[in-house]
Design a protein. Structure first.
Length: 444
C-alpha cells in the first residue's frame, strides 16, 4: 500500500461532509468523527479539524504517522518532538494555521510555488477554523495564517518543497507537486485550470468565493481583467483552477459570505456576555433577554424589522432579525433558523479582537487593551510585563520560573490560557493570547 495515496484517498472521500448543529448547540455542532476515534470521543461538539485528521489517519491504516489529538497545538508539538517539522509543504503533510499553529489544521494534497491545495475538516469559505464542513481549499503559501507543516514518516518517503531535505533518505525534493514523487497513480489531481461562463448577477468576488479561492488568485488566472475586476458580464469566460473545488461550477448568483470571527465561549459570570440559553428565545418567550437581543440586533442594523420594539415578548420580528444576522455571517439551513445560539449571541456582542467586549463592566481605571500585536512570539514591550504581573496577582505565578518580564514567552501563553480556561472558555477562545476581555478581567 502506498501510504500517502491512501491518506489522500480517504480524505478526498470525505469532501462535502457537514457537521450538524441544532439550535443552541455549540458552534462546532456534532459530527461522526469524534465517536469513531478511540480516545477522542469526548471531543464531539468541540472544534473538530484536528480530530478529522486523526480519523483520516486511522481509516488509512497509518494512525501512528499523525498525532491522535483534538488540539492543533498538541499536533504541532508532536511533529516537532518527532523531528518532522518544516516551514515548507509536502504531499500528505498536516498543515497548521494561526498563531503558533493552534487555530486550524488540514492535509496538503498538492502545492506549487505560490499556493497550497488542501482538504480540511471543520472549515468553510466564511469561517476558516470552525465552518463545519470538509472542503478542498486553496491558500497562499506565504500567507501569515499558514504556520507550518508536520511531515509524516511515510514508508515510501515524503515529497516536499523543503530544499534543506533534498538528498536526505526518506525525502524527495520537488518545487511543485500534485502527487507523491514517482507515483503517477496518485489520488489527487494537480492545480490545472478550467473555464466557466459568467451568469447573470455574478461578480468575480462571488465566483471566487463559490470556487473556494481568493479573488487575487482568480485575477492572476485572468490577466485581461484589470480595470474593473468586479464588473463582469453574462457570457464572459473566466478561468478557474480545477483542483481546489473538485470541478464544480459556481452556482448562479452566489453572494460572498461575510467573514466570521473565531467562535468564543463567554464566561458565565459576566452578566453582559453570558449566553442566557436557547430556552430564553422563541415562541412564547417573554423576558429581559429578548429585549437585550433586540437592542443588540438594532445596533447591528436590524431596526427595519421592528415596527415597535424591541421588547420582552418574542415576536416574528425578532426571528426575522436574528435570521438576517445569521445569514449575513454566511450561515444557511439550520444554522440560520432565526433562534439565537451561543455563537449568534457572542457575535452580536463581539466588537474587536478575539474576546467579547467588557465595556459595560470594565472599570474606568482599567488600562486600555494595547492590541493583539503586543503579544506574540518575539514581542518585547511593557504590556507583556504588566500582563504577567496581573496573572501572578490572580494566582497564575506557577507558570513562571523567572519573571514575569517584557519578553513574551511560552510561560506567558500558558498562564493566559489557564486563566481563560478558568473562565469556562474552550477552543479558540482559550488559545493563550489575550484579547480585550481577557485583558479587562486580568486588570480588575
Amino acid at each position: 500500500m502506498n501510504q500517502v495515496s491512501e491518506v489522500l484517498r480517504i480524505a478526498s472521500g470525505e469532501v462535502g461532509y457537514q457537521a450538524e448543529r441544532a439550535p443552541g448547540e455549540r458552534p462546532s455542532g456534532h459530527q461522526k468523527y469524534s465517536t469513531q476515534v478511540p480516545g477522542l470521543e469526548w471531543s464531539n461538539y468541540q472544534p473538530w479539524c484536528a480530530t478529522w485528521v486523526s480519523w483520516v489517519a486511522m481509516k488509512a491504516g497509518v494512525p501512528s504517522l499523525y498525532p491522535r489529538t483534538a488540539s492543533c497545538a498538541v499536533g504541532v508539538d508532536w511533529f516537532r518532538s518527532q523531528g518532522r517539522w518544516s516551514a515548507y509543504p509536502a504531499i500528505g503533510a498536516q498543515v497548521f494555521y494561526g498563531p503558533n499553529g493552534g487555530t486550524h489544521t488540514g492535509l496538503v494534497i498538492a502545492y506549487d510555488e505560490t499556493s497550497i491545495y488542501t482538504i480540511e475538516g471543520n472549515t468553510s469559505l466564511s469561517n476558516n477554523a470552525n465552518g463545519n464542513k470538509v472542503m478542498k481549499r486553496e491558500r497562499r503559501r506565504r500567507d501569515s495564517y499558514v504556520y507550518g507543516y508536520g511531515l509524516p514518516a511515510f514508508e515510501e518517503g515524503v515529497t516536499t518543497a523543503d530544499l534543506s531535505l533534498k538528498g536526505r533518505p526518506g525525502f524527495t525534493y520537488q518545487a511543485a507537486a500534485s502527487s507523491p514523487a514517482g507515483n503517477s497513480g496518485g489520488s489527487t489531481s494537480g492545480p490545472s485550470t478550467r473555464t466557466v461562463t459568467v451568469r447573470a448577477g455574478q461578480t468575480l468576488t462571488a465566483i471566487a468565493a463559490a470556487a473556494g479561492i481568493g479573488l487575487a488568485s482568480l485575477l492572476a488566472l485572468n490577466p485581461t481583467v484589470k480595470d474593473h475586476p468586479d464588473q463582469v458580464h453574462p457570457g464572459d469566460t473566466i478561468t478557474l483552477p480545477a483542483a481546489p473545488d473538485g470541478g464544480q461550477d459556481p452556482q448562479p448568483n452566489p453572494e460572498p459570505p461575510a467573514p466570521t470571527p473565531p467562535p468564543v465561549s463567554p464566561p458565565a459570570s459576566n452578566p453582559v456576555s453570558a449566553f442566557p440559553g436557547a430556552g430564553q428565545f422563541g415562541p412564547g418567550a417573554n423576558n429581559a433577554n429578548v429585549t437585550r437581543l433586540g437592542e443588540l440586533l438594532v445596533q447591528r442594523g436590524a431596526g427595519r424589522f421592528y415596527s415597535q420594539g424591541p421588547g420582552p415578548r418574542w415576536g416574528e420580528a425578532d426571528r426575522q432579525a436574528v435570521r438576517a444576522f445569521q445569514e449575513a455571517q454566511g450561515w444557511t439551513g439550520s444554522s440560520a433558523d432565526g433562534i439565537p445560539g451561543l455563537q449568534t449571541w457572542a457575535l452580536l456582542l463581539e466588537h474587536q479582537g478575539r474576546d467579547i467586549p467588557a465595556a459595560a463592566t470594565a472599570k474606568p481605571t482599567t488600562p486600555p487593551f494595547p492590541g493583539d500585536s503586543k503579544f506574540h512570539a518575539g514581542a518585547v514591550n511593557p504590556s507583556v510585563t504588566l500582563l504577567g504581573k496581573q496573572l501572578v496577582r490572580h494566582g497564575y505565578g506557577r507558570f513562571y520560573a523567572v519573571g514575569p518580564g517584557p519578553r513574551w514567552t511560552e510561560a506567558d501563553r500558558r498562564a493566559v490560557q489557564a486563566f481563560q480556561r478558568a473562565q469556562g472558555w474552550h477552543g479558540t477562545a482559550a488559545d493563550g493570547y489575550p484579547g480585550p476581555l481577557t485583558w479587562s478581567l486580568l486588570m480588575k
